[in-house]
Design a protein around this ligand. Sequence first.
Ligand SMILES: Cc1cc2nc3c(=O)[nH]c(=O)nc-3n(C[C@H](O)[C@H](O)[C@H](O)COP(=O)(O)OP(=O)(O)OC[C@H]3O[C@@H](n4cnc5c(N)ncnc54)[C@H](O)[C@@H]3O)c2cc1C
Length: 207
Amino acid sequence: MLKANEKAEVDIMDRLPTPFGLVRSGVAPDHPETKIVINQFSRVAKNDRCMFFGNVNLGASVSLKELQDLYHVVVLAYGAESDRVLGVPGEDLKGIYSAREFVWWYNGHPDCRNLAPDLESTDTAVILGQVASIMEDLAQGPLASISSMPKPGREGLLELLDDRKVTVLPFSAWEKIDSEEKQQGSLKHKPREKLSSWQELLKVGSE
Ligand SMILES: Cc1cc2nc3c(=O)[nH]c(=O)nc-3n(C[C@H](O)[C@H](O)[C@H](O)COP(=O)(O)OP(=O)(O)OC[C@H]3O[C@@H](n4cnc5c(N)ncnc54)[C@H](O)[C@@H]3O)c2cc1C
């Protein structure tokens, strides 16, 4: 969108204090070559016409209707935040995890940091199902149908979030988190030590 229309402004919101969705909290740490796409995402986020709004939860901090009133185009790309229930007996027994929970846990997602699967007292595991990766490209089309009526966009959203006392973490906050994680990692001879609690992430990001 930024390339297709030199006047377009794009704001990216995420309920987490950190950007990159599943690339940060899905793709495994031993696939750094896949995570490299973060460089590309960062270039977009640092564009003057783009702003990242971390810690902004659609449905709680702001409603869809409010976003539609503020912006010409609203793209909902909220990924998969819940699991399909199979309805088989024993599905809810201890030690059975959805792939989403397990992946979020080993990637330090704040919502699953306390999952604590017992990996010590077992030597067998069963994986049911498969992972299918789907990359979706945004068509350039939506911009073409934008009406010429001005909309408040970013300023309107910032005002609204300010009224609601939402602590917005911009991309520069992510850069602080990124730097802290790398620093903590270097002490342990690792590329990074992920901050995974909401408190830590908000504290470091807001410093
Ligand atoms: C283990 C694993 C390995 C993978 N490996 C690869 C690979 O090698 N190559 C590949 O191409 N793909 C891979 N993928 C898939 C890829 O990561 C996903 O397809 C991609 O990240 C999906 O992007 P998305 O933007 O749809 O969703 P997500 O990346 O999940 O992003 C959605 C974002 O929306 C946010 N959100 C949710 N609800 C709200 C709300 N109410 N308000 C505000 N924000 C909200 C979430 O916090 C999240 O950051 C892998 C996935 C997993 C799980």
